[in-house]
Design a binder for this molecule. Sequence first.
Ligand code: FMN
Length: 377
Amino acid sequence: MTTIVEINDLKELARRRVPKMFFDYANSGAWTESTYRANEADFAKIKLRQRVLVDMTDRSLETTMIGQKVAMPVALAPTGLTGMQHADGEILAAQAAEEFGVPFTLSTMSICSLEDVAAATSKPIWFQLYVMRDRDFVLNLIDRAKAASCSALVLTLDLQILGQRHKDVRNGLSAPPRFTPKHIYQMATRPRWCLGMLGTKRRTFGNIVGHAKGVGDLSSLSSWTNEQFDPRLSWKDVTWIKERWGGKLILKGILDKEDALRAVDTGADAIIVSNHGGRQLDGAPSSITALPGIADAVGDKIELHLDGGIRSGQDVLKALCLGAKGTYIGRPFLYGLGAFGKQGVTMALEIIRKELDITMALCGKRNIEDAGPDLLY
Ligand SMILES: Cc1cc2nc3c(=O)[nH]c(=O)nc-3n(C[C@H](O)[C@H](O)[C@H](O)COP(=O)(O)O)c2cc1C
C-alpha cells in the first residue's frame, strides 16, 4: 500500500487505477505541453521568506471567494468527463468539497448532470458555462443552473476552439468515448473502475443528452459536441449572459492584461487567471507568471483568482502573495478521485490544507488574509 503524503502519490495511484485514455485525458496539455509543464515549474522558482520567533498559534485559513466563506482559498476547478475518472465522479467530488467547506465547480461537459449533483449536495455548487452555437441550449442551461440554486456562474472564455492534446489523439479519445478493442482492453485492466461504472447509469454527458436539440443518443451527441463550441463568442456575449444569469459571475481563462481590463468593464465579480491548465495555447506563459502583471493592471477593481499548476499548499500561498484572492485545483482533485473516489478528493484537499497552514506559519503569519508580497524572498 502506497503511503499518501503529497499530490504526486495520488497521481501515481490514479495512473494505476484509471483506464489509460482517461488518466491521459487529465494528465495532458496542448501540443508540446510546454505551458502545462511551466504552470508547475514556475511555482518552484518563487522563493518564500523564512521568519522565526513569531507567535504561530491560533492560525486561520478561512477567507472568502466572491464574498462566500471558504475553509481555505482553494476551489475545485471545472473539469469535463470527471465521471470517467471514477463512477459518479462529479457527485463524489462535490460532496467532498461541501464537507470540506470549499466550492465545487461543475463543468458543462460533466457526466453527472447539474440536477443530479445539486440533489446529492446540500449547499450551492458553482456552475461552469461553455457557450455553444445553439443559444437556446445555453439559455436553458443558465436557467437550469439558477433552478439548481448554483451560487456562481463561471464563464469560460478560452475555449472557443479546442487546443490539440496529442495524447488524446493517440489514444483515440472522443466525446463521448468510443469503445474499440483497445479501449475495452484499457478498461478491463482496471477492474475496480469497471465495477464502479457497472454500478452507475451516468456514463455520458448528463447536461447535454436529452436537453440539446437533436441529441438523444451517443452518436448524435458526438457530432453535436464537435460542432458546438462557438468561435464567434465575443465580449458582447458576456453582457447578455450576465443579465440572464443575474447572480455572481466569474470570468475564466484570462492571461493578458488588456483582456483583464476588458473583463473589469463587464462588471463581473471575479476573473480567473488561467491558461486552462496548459490545455489550450501551448507556448502561453504559466498562470503564475501572468498573475503579477494582471494584478498590477486591475488593482482592486475586480477580485482575482488563479488556477494552473497548483500541486501544493505552498503554491496556493505563492499565488495569494502575488495578488490572488482565491485559487482552484483541477488535476490534484482528479488524481485523488481516480485513486480513492470521494475519500481521495478529501485527501487531496487535506494535503493542500496542511501544506498551506505549515508554510504560512513558517513564513511568520497566522491568518491567510495577511498573505502578501512581503512573504516572498
Ligand atoms: C481533465 C480536465 C478537464 C477540464 N475540463 C474543463 C472544462 O470542462 N471547463 C473548463 O472551464 N475548464 C476545464 N479544465 C481546466 C480546469 O478548469 C483548470 O483551468 C485547470 O485544470 C487548472 O490547472 P491544474 O489542473 O493544473 O490545476 C479542464 C482541465 C482538466 C485537467
